[in-house]
Write a protein that binds this ligand. Structure first.
Ligand SMILES: Cc1cc2nc3c(=O)[nH]c(=O)nc-3n(C[C@H](O)[C@H](O)[C@H](O)COP(=O)(O)OP(=O)(O)OC[C@H]3O[C@@H](n4cnc5c(N)ncnc54)[C@H](O)[C@@H]3O)c2cc1C
Length: 384
């Protein structure tokens, strides 16, 4: 079984792990091709530190081209079309055929879906937005700082809460906290609802202990940049002087156009093998929609994209060699939750447990924050 080609769409978390693991576990006669439109990898959790001046972008952005030295073919280009039946993609006008296709294009951010949002605020989930928060936050010395979740689902369910707590800590360091009100508005019933009532109450308590006003069940419909007003579906309005937002997420258009998405708007897969309804075509990470027994989907998070990528790489390597076992994603996940003051909490659990995920939240401490810093360093060393 010589000379197979594996094409991986996306050099984010899922694609980076899949490409590395496949290269490590498969013979060099097989081609591993990684296609990414930006040609770079961003370690997204570090945006939370960037927004408060604790990181520079160059410390956590890497050129994917360096993977060539490991024998991974890196193609910087936009996948314009996917043909899942023929297992081929079109990249900047050129058709590339594959024996296995792994789709990890993430979620597309769509701030334009909420009128006024992009003009009025800063997109926490983009390098440009987090850099703008860092540069402009010092102009805020009094008034209302709002962290807004524009819609569910969104990746990294903890991120808006971490962003608010880090910004709150930053205000204290700048000695203007007593003149700035900090609020979080979100359509969710509470923080990270999929993780269960204990985690929801625990994270809410962390936020409210810092005197951050928490406003769940607020679905924003419109933002007025002129009067700095948020309007919500429940008829309420809120004023802001400085707006940090998590934009609506949608499946990338190239995936929608290939009719790979299901009713949820995301790609349905077998929740263990990550195979789509097309044999030999896998989807991993934020682009997938995996329903859980409690009626909510598996959250979109790098930890899942990572483990799903490992499972898919193991399966393809086993099929290529005709030896070894197929991989399976088991729903385990964990995350650090930055709370400011050089501390973080930690949550870990089995998201495939039934009837509901079993997730434990550990109290914040300096050691968890140190763990997150180490994880960032290890990630960039391990995969590049
Ligand atoms: C501020 C922030 C903090 C976070 N913190 C955490 C955390 O602490 N823990 C955690 O588990 N998760 C965290 N996440 C979430 C995590 O980053 C995502 O869940 C993860 O990146 C998803 O991986 P992915 O491979 O699905 O997509 P991505 O990592 O988004 O990668 C997608 C890649 O596909 C490329 N691409 C897209 N479309 C095309 C196309 N048509 N052609 C070519 N290339 C294309 C993009 O350029 C991109 O490189 C955080 C996210 C943010 C924004």
């Amino acid at each position: 079984m010589a000379d197979k080609t594996i094409v991986i769409l996306g050099g984010g978390v899922g694609g980076l792990v899949t490409a590395n693991e496949l290269r490590r576990h498969s013979s060099r006669e097989h081609r591993v091709v990684l296609v990414d439109k930006d040609g770079r990898h961003v370690f997204w959790p570090s945006l939370l530190w960037l927004q408060v001046g604790l990181r520079e972008p160059q410390s956590f952005v890497r050129d994917l081209g360096v993977l060539e030295k490991k024998g991974i073919e890196v193609l910087k280009g936009e996948v314009e079309a996917i043909d899942p039946e023929r297992k081929s993609v079109r990249v900047d006008g050129t058709e590339i055929g594959a024996d296995y296709l792994v789709l990890s294009p993430g979620a597309e951010l769509a701030p334009e879906q909420i009128p006024g949002l992009a003009e009025a605020g800063h997109n926490l989930y983009s390098l440009e937005g987090a850099t703008a928060i860092r540069d402009q936050r010092k102009g805020l010395t009094e008034g209302d700082l709002v962290v807004l979740v524009a819609r569910t689902p969104f990746k990294c369910p903890a991120a808006p809460y971490e962003a608010a707590m880090l910004l709150e800590y930053d205000l204290r360091k700048r000695k203007v906290r007593d003149r700035v009100q900090v609020s979080i508005y979100t359509p969710e019933p509470g923080p990270m609802p999929v993780a269960g009532p204990d985690v929801l109450a625990g994270v809410r308590q962390l936020v409210e202990a810092r005197k951050i006003a928490y406003r769940p069940q607020h679905q924003v419909t419109e933002v007025d940049p002129a009067t700095k007003t948020l309007r919500f579906a429940n008829g309420e309005t809120a004023h802001f002087d400085f707006l940090v937002y998590v934009p609506p997420h949608v499946a990338p258009s190239v995936v929608r156009e290939a009719r790979l998405v299901g009713e949820s708007g995301w790609v349905p897969v077998d929740r263990h093998s990550m195979e789509t309804r097309f044999p030999g075509v896998y989807a991993i990470g934020d682009v997938t929609g995996i329903p859980l027994a409690l009626g909510l989907p598996l959250p979109k998070a790098g930890v899942f994209a990572h483990h799903e990528g490992e499972a898919v790489a193991q399966t393809i390597a086993a099929r290529l060699s005709g030896r070894g076992k197929a991989g399976a994603f088991d729903g385990q996940g964990e995350c650090f939750i930055e709370v400011g003051d050089g501390k973080a909490g930690f949550g870990r659990g089995n998201f495939y447990a039934e009837p509901r995920p079993t997730v434990k939240l550990y109290n914040p401490g300096r050691h968890w924050h140190a763990g997150k810093v180490l994880f960032e360093r290890d990630w960039l060393r391990r995969w590049f």
